[in-house]
Design a protein around this ligand. Structure first.
Ligand code: PLP
Length: 416
C-alpha cells in the first residue's frame, strides 16, 4: 500500500536527521573510526553509582518510582533544578520549569507552542540540526544569521529582521547555543550575550537558549564565568532556557528541562501531555538520586578533564598531519571541533573517500539553512578513545590530502 496521498503536509516534509543517517552508515562498516555522533564516552559513565541507585530505587519501598508521574516532573527533581539553575546564575521557580524527555523534546515543545506554519525562526549559520528538524516539522520558515568569532553577527541579525518585517513576515524567536555550540564548538562572548539580549528586548523577540554543554568547559582556556547563560540576565522572561543531563550523566536517562515564563511553561506542560504524559519516572529518580548523592558534582570535573584531553589529542594530531591545509578554532569546551577546508572541497562528496579510508565525520552543509557550508565538517572528539583519535585523524588526513589533489587549483598550489 502507498501512503503518500494520506500523509499530512507536515508528515510529507519530514526529513531524516543527516547526523543520525551518517551514524547508521558508520555503525554498519567494519573497523570504522567515527567522529560523527556527538555521544558522551561510555567509559565516563558512573556505572557503579547507577547500579547502587537503581538497586535502591527498585527496592519497592516507594511504589511511585515505577508509576506514572506528574507531567511537570518529579517534584524533588524540580526543586533540585531550581538550585542547579541558581548555581548558573538563573533564578527560576518550579512554576517556570518543565521536565522534558531530552532537550530534543524541549525543542519540539517550543516549536509546537510558538510556531505556526510560515512563521520565521531565526537560527545561526550553522545551527544544531535537531533544532532545525523540530522547527521544520511544524512547517516554520528557517532563516539563517551569520556568526563571527564572538557569536551571532548583530548587524546581520538586525538587517535580516528589518528585511523580514518589511516583507510582513512574522519572526518569533532566535535560537542560540551560546556554550560550545553544536556543531562549531564555539563559545559566545559575554559582551555579545548582553548585546543580543538588549537587541531582543528592542525588537520584542524571544531568545531560545539551548545549553547542554555549558558545564563542560575546559579549564586550560575557559573560566566558568564565560559560560554564564543569557537567561541569567533576562529580566522579563523573554529567554526560554533548555538544558539536559545527557552530556553530564547519561543520554539514556532522557532527562532534561526547560525554564521559561510561567505562562509558557504551562503551555509546554499541556503540549507534553499529548506527547508522552510524563518523562520516565524511573529515569527521573535515577537523575534525582545522582544529584542528591553527589554523583553529578563528582562527575563534572572528571568530564572536563577527560574531554579536554581528547580535544588536545585530536587538535595536535590535526596540526601535525594537516598543518594549515585546513583551519579550525581550538574548542574551549564541549564535544566538537569544526573545520573548514579550502574553497572547492565538498565534504559531503568527500565522505565516500573518507569511508574508503574507514573514517567518518559529519559534513557541514546540513547545519546551514541557506545551503552553504560545503567545505566544512564537524568532528566529535568525545566518543573515540585517544589512540583511536590519532589513528582516525591519520585516516582523515589521507582522505583530505587525496581530495585536495583532485581540485586542480589547489593541487597546483600544493605543487608550487
Ligand atoms: C545543541 C543540542 N541541543 C539539544 C540536544 C539534544 O539533547 P538531549 O535530547 O539528549 O537532551 C543536543 C544533542 O546532541 C544538542 O547538541
Amino acid at each position: 500500500m502507498s501512503f503518500e496521498h494520506l500523509l499530512s503536509r507536515a508528515g510529507e516534509r519530514m526529513q531524516q536527521s543527516a547526523i543520525r543517517q551518517m551514524g547508521t552508515v558508520a555503525a554498519s562498516l567494519p573497523d570504522v573510526i567515527s567522529f560523527a555522533p556527538g555521544y558522551p564516552a561510555p567509559e565516563t559513565f558512573a556505572w557503579d553509582d547507577y547500579r547502587t541507585i537503581a538497586d535502591d530505587v527498585l527496592s519497592g519501598a516507594d511504589g511511585t518510582a515505577l508509576q506514572y508521574g506528574p507531567t511537570r516532573g518529579f517534584g524533588p527533581l524540580l526543586d533540585t533544578l531550581v538550585s542547579l539553575l541558581a548555581a548558573r546564575g538563573i533564578t527560576s521557580t518550579v512554576e517556570q520549569l518543565q521536565l522534558t524527555t531530552g532537550s530534543q523534546q524541549g525543542l519540539d515543545l517550543v516549536a509546537r507552542v510558538l510556531l505556526d506554519p510560515g512563521d520565521v525562526a531565526l537560527v545561526e549559520l550553522p545551527s544544531y540540526t535537531g533544532a532545525l528538524t523540530a522547527f521544520r516539522n511544524v512547517m516554520a520558515s528557517l532563516v539563517g544569521v551569520r556568526r563571527d568569532d564572538e557569536g551571532i553577527d548583530l548587524d546581520h541579525l538586525e538587517t535580516t529582521v528589518a528585511r523580514l518585517s518589511a516583507e510582513g513576515r512574522r519572526v518569533k524567536f532566535l535560537y542560540l547555543v551560546p556554550n560550545f555550540q553544536n556543531p562549531t564548538g564555539a563559545l559566545m562572548s559575554l559582551a555579545r550575550r548582553r548585546a543580543v539580549l538588549d537587541w531582543a528586548l528592542r525588537r520584542d523577540l524571544i531568545i531560545v537558549e539551548d545549553d547542554p554543554y555549558g558545564a563542560l568547559y575546559f579549564e586550560d582556556t575557559t573560566s566558568p564565568d564565560e559560560t554564564r547563560p543569557i537567561k541569567a540576565d533576562d529580566r522579563d522572561g523573554r529567554v526560554i532556557y533548555l538544558s539536559s543531563f545527557s552530556k553530564t550523566l547519561s543520554p539514556a536517562f532522557r532527562v532534561a528541562w526547560v525554564t521559561a515564563h510561567p505562562s509558557l511553561a504551562a503551555r509546554f506542560e499541556t503540549a507534553k501531555q499529548a506527547l508522552d504524559l510524563c518523562t520516565g519516572n524511573f529515569d527521573q529518580r535515577m537523575v534525582y538520586e545522582s544529584c542528591r548523592r553527589g554523583v553529578l558534582d563528582r562527575q563534572v570535573p572528571k568530564l572536563r578533564a577527560f574531554y579536554q584531553r581528547n580535544r588536545t589529542v585530536m587538535q595536535e594530531a590535526l596540526r601535525e598531519r594537516l598543518g594549515d591545509r585546513i583551519t579550525w578554532a581550538i574548542p574551549r569546551g564541549g564535544f566538537f571541533l569544526w573545520a573548514s577546508l579550502p574553497e572547492g572541497v565538498d565534504t559531503m562528496k568527500m565522505l565516500d573517500r573518507a569511508m574508503r579510508h574507514r573514517v567518518i565525520y559529519v559534513a557541514g552543509s546540513p547545519f546551514f539553512v541557506d545551503g552553504s557550508g560545503q567545505q566544512t565538517l564537524r568532528l566529535a572528539f568525545s566518543f573515540v578513545q585517544p589512540a583511536r583519535l590519532v589513528e582516525g585523524v591519520e585516516r582523515l588526513s589521507t582522505a583530505i590530502m587525496e581530495e585536495l589533489e583532485t581540485i586542480p587549483k589547489l593541487a597546483a598550489k600544493q605543487e608550487g
